[in-house]
Design a protein around this ligand. Structure first.
Ligand code: V4E
Length: 222
């Protein structure tokens, strides 16, 4: 299991020029994401994001405090506030277990065993999960080799562009060092904003799922 530490940013022409000068472009790809939740938003109200991308299931969950998360100065905590950290689970039986713990639906253990061994998608129906968001992203990826960070420029099919600087670390790994790499990269790119930048999902829900969006805002998930 890994933890993704990332900072989103708005990429203007100057940022793009700098990125093309100092980064190495490692390719462009396109993928479709489908996100799932129960009709009463049990997962996302717990800041858990279940999605299918390129035929693979992924669950992003909040991380619990681990070593190295304590920022030691005001500047560091300001930089950390611009970043998000999520645990990424990609093993399907682990995803199903985690989802089962959170949803209010009563799924007995016999059923869980059955769904863990099934390759089909009947587990979605058993857990009352429905698709609430579906969109395609074109992503250009760069690396900044001296920092060990990846920088993605995403263009979603609903007309939103966003960049992200990201570092993947093992669970329990050095979050502080990941935050420092992200901060140094942001400085090299000349990023000056001090406000968190909205992700693709934020904009998607605001435009397409206002009831869901309002619930997540009220619960301080977005
Ligand atoms: C964690 C999360 C969501 C799931 C999608 O995460 P995100 O990193 O925005 O998508 P993407 O396509 O870049 O995934 P990757 O390819 O990097 O794995 S949707 C909303 N959240 C929560 C969230 C938040 N509260 N604030 C910010 C800045 N980002 C995400």
């Amino acid at each position: 299991m890994s933890v993704e530490v990332e900072r989103k940013f708005l990429c203007n022409a100057d940022t793009l020029k700098t990125l093309e000068e100092i980064g190495v472009c490692v390719g462009q790809r396109q993928f479709q994401d489908q996100y799932f939740d129960t009709p009463v938003f049990d997962l996302t109200l717990n800041d858990m994001w279940l999605r299918k991308r390129k035929g693979c299931w992924e669950l992003k969950c909040p991380t619990t405090a681990v070593n190295g998360t304590e920022e030691t100065s005001g500047e560091q905590s300001k930089a950390a506030a611009l970043c998000s950290r999520y645990k990424e689970i990609t093993n399907l039986p682990d995803i199903q277990l985690r989802v089962k713990e959170v949803i209010k639906e009563d799924v007995d253990s016999e059923t869980t065993e059955k769904i863990s061994s099934q390759e089909d998608e009947s587990w979605l129906g058993i857990m009352n999960l429905v698709c609430f968001a579906e969109f395609t992203t074109v992503r250009r990826s760069f690396t900044l080799e001296e920092e060990g960070v990846q920088i993605d420029l995403d263009q979603a099919d609903f007309g939103y562009h966003v960049g992200e600087i990201e570092v993947l670390i093992p669970e329990g790994g050095d979050v502080q060092s990941a935050l420092e790499k992200i901060e140094r990269t942001a400085q090299k790119l000349g990023l000056t904003g001090h406000q968190r930048v909205e992700g693709k999902m934020h904009i998607y829900l605001k435009r397409n799922r206002p009831e869901h969006y309002e619930k997540l805002l009220s619960a301080h998930v977005l």
